[in-house]
Design a binder for this molecule. Structure first.
Ligand code: FAD
Ligand code: UDP
Length: 369
């Protein structure tokens, strides 16, 4: 055999795993169907501005080991994500906190805010069974109607009553005047974007770009003892048990001749009528860079949710009960194969970057013990 491991996919999971296996003396080969490494964290510098090509990526974690690990490869600058929600021109701070409650209701104290929410909660009682019930029980009807319902239904392409409650619990709810979108201990963005991280992880490792494993799987597999697959698990099995559902996305990048278009890195558009969910202005991910701020050019990206069809990039797994049950069937089939599945698509899990790194490090450990 020419290689100990063939890794399919050069996203963050593949990069960390490849690095660790290579560092442990294993012979590693990586194939990637896109024309570049990095998967969805890839960035590209345009007009001096690191552009997050696949949507806003903010590294946040409470896992000390993961934070120390990524900082070995690249310097991070401090960045606190504080998005602004735009509902038909009305602006509200996110995540849901005292600023939002003041803007929505004019309440000034936590006690007043709690009272207001409690008065709007009566519509839902008992353990929330879906996203709508969960949202109303957390923040009441007004915030649900203006800041959650439209955004969520366009993001996921279905009614909030048909979505799992956990999705909305990703967002912090606070009774303080604090617009930090995350509760994690560490938060930041790599200087110059994510490509430095990926490049350093892949140092010394052979990567074949524009190469789809599935087009030539027998030959690739013949050359390696083990295969680790970070693409979609149902696609690997040629959808033999049926299709898992995903959400697709379309990104529209635009260069605009102004220094500062929206004054914030991430603006969420929560009305159903606006076809996109987020507009990001990339230069604001680099708040310490005064020269960039003054430059009379900016790059913005609108993020349009889309139905996913075979052949499209899959961005979000839809982790409801039906899909979860189908995923378990694929996972059982995978257990009898020589291949290991990992990453957001391989494990069909809504992993953030820190979890992705944690899972890749754990897998590397078991494979090198
Ligand atoms: P991917 O990046 O999807 O990499 C998989 C790679 O495998 C891809 O490059 C793909 O082309 C390749 N591949 C698939 N099939 C094949 C095949 N058959 N042959 C060859 N190659 C193949 N996380 C955060 O922590 N903070 C954020 O702010 C954040 N924002 C996000 C915003 C958006 C819009 C999205 C979609 C995700 C966001 N995430 C964020 C999550 C983050 O992107 C993921 O945790 C991370 O990218 C997962 O890495 P991965 O390697 O598992 O997957
Ligand atoms: N959400 C919302 N309004 C917002 C932002 C988020 O209703 O302005 C909901 C929506 O259902 C979304 C979920 O909260 O899918 C999680 O949001 P997050 O920002 O974590 O999503 P991601 O960055 O993973 O797309």
């Amino acid at each position: 055999m020419k290689y100990d491991f063939l890794i399919v996919g050069a996203g963050l999971f593949g990069a960390v795993l490849a690095h660790e296996l290579h560092a442990a003396g294993r012979r590693v080969f990586v194939v990637e169907r896109r024309g570049a490494v990095g998967g969805n964290i890839r960035s590209e510098v345009r007009d001096g501005i690191p552009v997050h090509l696949y949507g806003a990526h903010i590294f946040h974690t409470s896992l000390r080991g993961v934070w120390d690990y990524v900082n070995r490869f690249v310097d991070f600058h401090p960045f606190i994500n504080s998005p602004v929600a735009n509902y038909k021109g009305e602006l509200y701070n996110l995540p849901f906190n005292m600023n939002t409650f003041y803007q929505m209701w004019g309440v000034r104290t936590p006690a007043e805010a709690r009272e207001k929410i409690a008065s709007q909660r009566s519509a839902a009682s008992g353990e929330p069974q879906n996203l709508e019930e969960q949202a109303i029980s957390l923040v009441g009807c007004d915030i649900y109607e203006k800041l959650i319902k439209g955004y969520t239904e366009k993001q996921w392409g279905r009614d909030c009553r048909e979505l799992p409650a956990f999705i909305i619990r990703r967002l912090p709810l606070r009774f303080t005047y604090d617009n930090n979108y995350f509760n994690d201990r560490w938060q930041g963005i790599p200087d110059g974007g994510y490509n430095g991280l990926i490049k350093n992880l892949f140092a010394g490792i052979e990567v074949s770009l524009g190469t789809d494993f599935l087009r030539n799987r027998e030959e690739f597999a013949r050359n390696a003892e083990r295969v680790v697959y970070t693409g979609a698990i149902d696609e690997y099995f040629d959808y033999a048990l049926g299709e898992l559902e995903y959400r697709g996305l379309r990104f529209e990048h635009e260069r605009i001749g102004t220094a500062n278009l929206q004054g914030v890195a991430v603006m969420n558009f929560s009305a159903r009528e606006t076809p996109y969910t987020r507009r990001i202005e990339h230069k604001h991910f680099e708040p310490q860079n005064a020269a960039l701020a003054e430059k009379p050019v900016t790059v913005v990206t609108k993020e349009y949710p889309a139905d996913w069809c075979r052949g499209d990039d899959a961005y979000y797994p839809v982790n409801d009960e039906k899909n979860q049950a189908l995923y378990e069937k694929y996972a059982a089939r995978a257990a009898s194969e020589r291949v290991i599945f990992g990453g957001r698509l391989g494990e069909y899990k809504y992993y953030d970057m820190d979890k992705t790194v944690e899972r890749a490090l754990a897998l590397a450990k078991t494979l090198t013990e």
